[in-house]
Design a protein around this ligand. Structure first.
Ligand SMILES: Nc1ncnc2c1ncn2[C@@H]1O[C@H](COP(=O)(O)OP(=O)(O)OP(=O)(O)O)[C@@H](O)[C@H]1O
Length: 275
């Protein structure tokens, strides 16, 4: 939540994790086959915070999410979710990048959202009335209830994003991980999605959002993680979104423009080399 006291961990400085923190990553190194992607990553995410994860393409944002989801094992270090090193199950919901999904699959919007209940159903249990109710509530939360009987393939990009968010909410998670939830989404829908995320965080849900939209992250997020294989910085946007730390993260020249209370990030047109 905005205004809540936050723990700042700059340049991988080790912060002692509070035991109640829902996500605690300590000295995590992991990757694919013999290639390390994340190196010595340490961060603690406090309950109810909205964390923006920023970094270049291939910087390891999705890999960090996979490690938090328990899909990728640590080579060294630990990942504790709600205090436990075991695979987190329904407590974490993941909203993937829309373009990674096969949309030709013939299912309705309601069916997609109902899939969010699957981790909460027992072995061979079919969804009950309560599961349908929760799916309906989740669709209402994202403002998509009138599309419940539509085929998913008939929706626009922004509408699909909202349905995916509803599917994640139907899971009743304590942690939400979102990969580029507002890419290809119009400004009004973008605003609505972030308002919803802010409301969820006020209710105690913890959300991490991988995003390439730096100005949005600057304005909306409690904490920002700058990630390029290592943690370059982690803390409140006003501490972390500096020219120097962004250059270090992207290894290129970006300009930070502050207009009143707003921060804009643009590429430096006069810079033609690499830092
Ligand atoms: N399944 C995989 N097998 C092997 N290498 C992978 C796999 N997934 C990702 N990688 C590699 O790991 C590195 C980090 O990828 P990752 O997807 O975590 O980056 P990202 O920060 O999410 O990037 P983007 O901003 O482009 O989404 C990249 O070099 C990528 O090629």
């Amino acid at each position: 939540m905005k205004g809540q006291p936050v723990q700042s961990t700059i340049a991988n400085g080790v912060a002692e994790p509070a035991t109640s923190a829902p996500i605690v990553v300590r000295n995590l190194t992991t990757g694919y086959r013999e290639n390390p992607v994340l190196q010595d990553v340490t961060l603690t995410v406090e309950r109810g915070s909205l964390v923006g994860v920023i970094g270049p393409n291939g910087g390891g944002k999705s890999t960090l999410f996979k490690a938090i989801l328990g899909l990728l094992r640590p080579w060294s270090g630990t990942v504790l979710i709600e205090g436990s090193p075991r695979r987190p199950g329904p407590r974490i919901a993941y909203v993937p990048q829309a373009e990674t999904v096969d949309w030709s699959f013939p299912v309705t919007v309601h069916d997609v959202v109902l899939m969010g209940r699957t981790p909460r159903l027992g072995f061979l249990r079919r969804p009950r009335a309560r599961d349908h109710e929760i799916a309906t509530e989740a669709l209402e939360a994202v403002g998509m209830q009138e599309y419940r009987d539509r085929q998913i393939g008939e929706l626009s990009g922004g509408q699909r994003q909202r349905v995916f968010l509803a599917r994640a909410l139907a899971q009743e998670p304590s942690i939400l991980l979102l990969d580029e939830p507002v890419s290809g989404v119009d400004a009004v829908t973008q605003h609505q999605i972030f308002e919803l995320l802010e409301r969820l965080c006020q209710r105690g849900i913890t959300a991490m959002v991988a995003s390439h939209d730096l100005s949005c992250v600057a304005q909306r997020f409690d904490q920002v993680l700058l990630l390029n294989q290592r943690v370059v910085a982690y803390g409140p946007p006003e501490e972390v979104l500096t020219q120097e730390l962004l250059n270090e993260t992207f290894r290129s020249h970006l300009l930070l423009l502050r207009v009143g209370e707003r921060t804009f990030v643009v590429e430096d047109p006069d810079h033609h080399g690499t830092a």
